[in-house]
Ligand binder design. Sequence first.
Ligand SMILES: NC(=O)c1ccc[n+]([C@@H]2O[C@H](COP(=O)([O-])OP(=O)(O)OC[C@H]3O[C@@H](n4cnc5c(N)ncnc54)[C@H](OP(=O)(O)O)[C@@H]3O)[C@@H](O)[C@H]2O)c1
Length: 329
Amino acid sequence: MVYHASPARYESMEYRRCGRSGLKLPAVSLGLWHNFGDTTLLENSRQLLRRAFDLGITHFDLANNYGPPPGSAELNFGRILKEDFLPYRDELIISSKAGYTMWDGPYGDWGSKKYLVSSLDQSLRRMGLEYVDIFYHHRPDPDTPLEETMAALDLLVRQGKALYIGLSNYPAERARQAFEILNQLGTPCLIHQPKYSMYERGIEAQLLDTLAEHGVGSIAFSPLAGGQLTDRYLHGIPEDSRAASGSRFLNPEQLTEEKLAQVRALNALAQRRGQKLSQMALAWALRGDRVTSVLIGASKTSQIDDAVGMLQNRDFSPQELEEIEKILM
Ligand SMILES: NC(=O)c1ccc[n+]([C@@H]2O[C@H](COP(=O)([O-])OP(=O)(O)OC[C@H]3O[C@@H](n4cnc5c(N)ncnc54)[C@H](OP(=O)(O)O)[C@@H]3O)[C@@H](O)[C@H]2O)c1
């Protein structure tokens, strides 16, 4: 069926300025790490993207290696884009990344100019795009001079293959050095993509201050800790869940009794607030102004509904924040 985006798509979303840039991002963005590769039915992936866009999620996040197999998420996204979303291209922020192992040999990994330039060319071909809106270096490379990696990102912007530049998984000090090089080159960094959730709070120590100082926005990935901060695992491990899928990022051993006791306590608090745990976890990650957008994954359209529904109840009382700290201790 031909897709016509919902005329109400801009009514339920909040758009937040990304650092000191001109770009606004939706408070909720959708990542294509899981559920867009060749092991997922294309029709399911299509429904996820349609529902997201109908609810005002204008930002879709990809990477060269998303799949499985690596590259297939971009290929499948490219097909859905061509069939459903081409009339809406200018309403979308599409990102990709390079930095993890993508192809054999010394030029398919890390942060050399050789890798980044050829990888973005490949990503553009897979997605059928002339440019991405944001191109990220996916992880810091301890061996390539930072100047080379940043110059490659700057080059890609000058070539018109990316509009903005982002960094992911860079610790605070390395990020600061990179921002300074990018500023000198005249291509300021738009955004940092760190892991952040109630269970992964490393960025609170320093990175968030560094981003604020440099006017760089942030998009928090895995804000639901891969599904742990939801009601998914309250009554065992469902067959269709990520923890049952053999993922090396979330396995049944991680769901310890201690963790589940925390999840139950958080769930009870969310219920008292009149929302789902997943919604409370997203609202918590967005509290204050320091995180621009939460970058969720979804296997079902109802999970996208939940995420956007969170915007109805985003505020916390000091007592609620304190209770969360106590539960997480
Ligand atoms: N830069 C990086 O290095 C990096 C690394 C990882 C991820 N990312 C980005 O971040 C995105 C999100 O990562 P993520 O998928 O780990 O995020 P997440 O939002 O923490 O976890 C998503 C998973 O949680 C479950 N879920 C979501 N909403 C739910 C709800 N309302 N109720 C119950 N369960 C729910 C689903 O799992 P089920 O499958 O069990 O339904 C879903 O696939 C990725 O797609 C990618 O774009 C970036």
